[in-house]
Each structure stands twice: as structure tokens, then as C-alpha cells.
Design a protein around this ligand. Structure first.
Ligand code: CUA
Length: 173
């Protein structure tokens, strides 16, 4: 949805820039003395400045209204799941979690880099982060539907990389 909107806005901006170019090319055919050119330019400079100011100040102000981004619902402490990658398996501190509650995966690795990823039953990617030795990456995710989710490895980590799977049951409370 957002990507679609961004695509349309980009197309419109490209069209506007193309229009300006065409206008400049056409105007360049007419000779003009430098005083009129300078006066017209300064008039336009003012207009453009105020147009951009009036457009961008509210847009930027609006885009900041989400701040500070909620780390997690303050009323609901997240459920912590420790996840550690090994060649070639996942070790999870629990593999049954409730639906609709924020889960905080603390993801790390024992040996080499792995890619920790959560897939739903239709194998649609829901969330992912790197699993790195010596580093704990925090991945916050709230499951919105119950079911069997898969943990797969998204980074080639050796011969049995493809076998590196685990399951998480998401249950209604
Ligand atoms: Cu672990 Cu690929």
C-alpha cells in the first residue's frame, strides 16, 4: 500500500521535473535581456521557496507525530524468547507463545552467522534478523494469528544450512 503510494508520488515528481525541463528548453528559443531574466528568476525563487516551505513543514511535522516509536506496548511487557543458532539447528527457550502478545526474540549464534527468520504456515516471511556470535539482536514481533510458524535460516552457513529449521506454535490464550 505504502509502496504503491510512493511509486505514484515518484511518477508524479518525475512528470513535474520532465515538464520543467521541457518548459526550459522551449523558453530557451526566445532571446531575453538579462534584467528581465533576473527579475523573473527572483520572483520564482520566492514562490518556490514558500511553496516548498508550506508543503514540507506540515509533511515533516506529520511524519514526526509517531515519535517516539513505541518499543513495545508499555502496558504489556514482552515475552522474551532466547534464540540461538548452531550449525545446524535452532535452540529456542520456548516454542509455544500466545497470539496477540508482543514477543521479544533475543537472537544470537554459537558458531557462525545465521539468519533468524519467522515464516507463517503459508511460508510467508513475517520477521527476520541476523543471528551473530557474540551479539544479541532483539527482534520484536506480535503474532496476529495462531498457527504453526517456522524458523528458517536465511544465511548460508554450511552444508546443512537448509536443515536449519524449527517450529513455533502460536496459540490462542
Ligand atoms: Cu544457519 Cu544457514
Amino acid at each position: 500500500m505504502l509502496q504503491h503510494l510512493a511509486w505514484i508520488v515518484s511518477l508524479l515528481l518525475i512528470a513535474v521535473i520532465a515538464g520543467v525541463f521541457i518548459h526550459v528548453v522551449r523558453q530557451s528559443q526566445f532571446a531575453d535581456d538579462e534584467h528581465t531574466t533576473a527579475a523573473a528568476a527572483s520572483k520564482w525563487r520566492g514562490r518556490v521557496f514558500w511553496t516548498l516551505g508550506l508543503l514540507f513543514v506540515p509533511i515533516i511535522a506529520y511524519s514526526l507525530t509517531g515519535l517516539p516509536y513505541r518499543v513495545a506496548d508499555a502496558a504489556q511487557a514482552p515475552i522474551v524468547v532466547e534464540a540461538k543458532g548452531y550449525q545446524w539447528r535452532w535452540e529456542l527457550s520456548r516454542n509455544v507463545v500466545p497470539v496477540g502478545q508482543p514477543i521479544e526474540f533475543h537472537v544470537t549464534a554459537d558458531d557462525v552467522n545465521h539468519g533468524f527468520s519467522l515464516y507463517d504456515a503459508d511460508l510467508k516471511l513475517k520477521a527476520q534478523t541476523q543471528a551473530m556470535p557474540g551479539v544479541t539482536n532483539v527482534l520484536r514481533y506480535t503474532f496476529t494469528a495462531p498457527g504453526t510458524y517456522k524458523v528458517l535460516c536465511l544465511e548460508y552457513c554450511g552444508l546443512a544450512h537448509h536443515n536449519m529449521t524449527a517450529e513455533i506454535q502460536v496459540v490462542a490464550e
